[in-house]
Design a binder for this molecule. Structure first.
Ligand code: GTP
Ligand code: MG
Length: 398
């Protein structure tokens, strides 16, 4: 997997920009000895923003950009000048990216649509300059607000492919062969287990120019929930699917047992997967005659619609598509898919290599400009700066 371009799990460290400090400045000019406070506001710190991009299909670019830092806001200055806002960092991610808090594993948010912007971390607000604080009783406020501090957070981004139908089956069940038969996708097909190493999407054409998306994921084996085989690493990609298509080959020893095994592994990963509508396809049915089909039908598990198919001869494929389409478009199932809740990222769902990622070379925050300029206003503090009761304060409001 090391040289794969398909990255669906990445841990990154983000820091928003801190707000700039408000200025404590007093206006002074020739013949205007007591110009009053005119310190401007600090600029807003930069946000960290994720933006959905439908042309992306992997989180790979983020793998090489583990630290995201937004710019700090600049401090305000005299003449009510506001400081410049810090630069935002906008990162493109594929649609279907889900964000988790890396420490607690809690679900935070998700990006599902092209162009959708998700404010991951808000930049600190800039502080108010001292002119905001002048009042009838205090006409020489010598203080201004500091900017809000930056926020730091480590998050895990998980990509969950957005497909309508997810294929679930043991290795060699014929999942990739089916995908290549019904769509233009050309996954690798071979008679050894784990031919498919990473998920693949295909668009399946249906009647009247309609279509739906099917996701082929690597085979699941018994004990996958404990990490055997390719583990459950890729099951996240069927969490967002509307329908699950279980595939059991016709030459399996016990079709019902194999079906239960798959169901059980899914349940271990995320119990909610079991609530999804399912369809059972008995693949490689070209090896069966009518008598056998009848015999097998008696043994199939109850409560799940089934269909006999052969990706090689095309037998049963139209019936399968009809069945899937019915499930995808059914009102109840749509609601279910929309309400899908993301499970927490607990031990079983983590990718240890990725989690061991160490925070090296994180640059320290940029020193606060305002602290550097601290001495600036000092001389003003010595001034006896009382207003004459009759003098009208200068009106800056326009
Ligand atoms: N006779 C027959 N053989 C099939 C059919 N579908 C797939 N096969 C064969 O079954 C073997 C496995 O097919 P794949 O499509 O690679 O299986 P898979 O489920 O994607 O397997 P993994 O990617 O390893 O999980 C291949 O040798 C296919 O030629 C079918 O409908 N009829
Ligand atoms: Mg395959």
């Amino acid at each position: 997997m090391a040289d794969s371009n398909f990255i669906d799990y990445v841990k990154i460290f983000c820091r928003s920009g801190k707000g700039g400090a408000g200025s404590r400045h007093f206006y002074r000019a020739k013949y205007i000895p007591k110009g009053g406070p005119d310190g401007g506001d600090g600029g807003r710190g930069g946000h960290i923003i994720l933006r959905g991009n439908q042309n992306m299909w992997t989180l790979l670019p983020l793998k090489y950009q583990r630290h995201l830092f937004a710019g700090n806001g600049q401090s305000g200055s005299g003449g009510r000048s506001s400081g410049k806002d810090g630069d935002d960092v906008i990162v493109d991610v594929p649609c279907g990216t889900v964000v988790f808090d890396a420490e607690t594993g809690d679900y935070l948010a998700e990006v599902t649509e092209d162009g959708q912007e998700l404010k991951l971390l808000r930049g600190g607000r800039g502080g108010l300059g001292n002119w905001h604080f002048k009042s009838a009783t205090n006409r020489t406020p010598r203080y201004a607000q500091p900017g809000e501090p930056a926020i730091e957070k480590t998050v895990i981004l998980e990509l969950k492919l957005l497909a309508d139908v997810g294929l679930v089956g043991l290795p060699n069940a014929g999942k990739s062969t089916l995908l290549s038969a019904v769509s233009a996708a050309r996954p690798k097909i071979a008679d050894y287990p784990f031919t498919t190493m990473e998920p693949q999407l295909g668009i399946v054409g249906y009647r009247d120019n309609r279509s739906f998306v099917m996701a082929d994921i690597p085979g699941i084996i018994e004990g996958a929930s404990e990490g055997r085989g390719l583990g459950l690493r890729f099951l996240r990609h069927i969490e967002r699917n509307a329908v699950l298509l279980f595939m059991v080959p016709a030459d399996a020893d016990d079709i019902r047992a194999e079906y239960e095994l798959l169901l059980n592994e899914l349940r271990q990963f995320n119990p909610e997967l079991v609530d999804k509508p399912r369809v059972l396809a008995v693949s490689k049915s070209d090896m069966l005659d009518e008598e056998l089909i009848e015999a097998i039908t008696q043994e199939l598990p109850e409560g799940v619609p089934h269909v006999f198919i052969s990706a090689v001869t095309g037998f049963g494929l139209q019936a399968l598509k009809d069945m899937l389409w019915r499930e995808i478009t059914s009102e109840d199932n749509r609601l279910l898919a929309e309400q899908a809740v993301h499970r927490r990222l607990d031990g079983r769902h983590r990718v240890p290599d990725e989690d061991a990622f160490i925070f090296e070379n994180i640059p320290a925050p940029v020193p606060d400009e305002d602290e550097l300029a601290e001495g600036e206003d000092e001389e003003w503090d010595d001034l006896d700066y009382d207003w004459d009761e009759d003098t009208e304060p200068i009106d800056f409001s326009n």
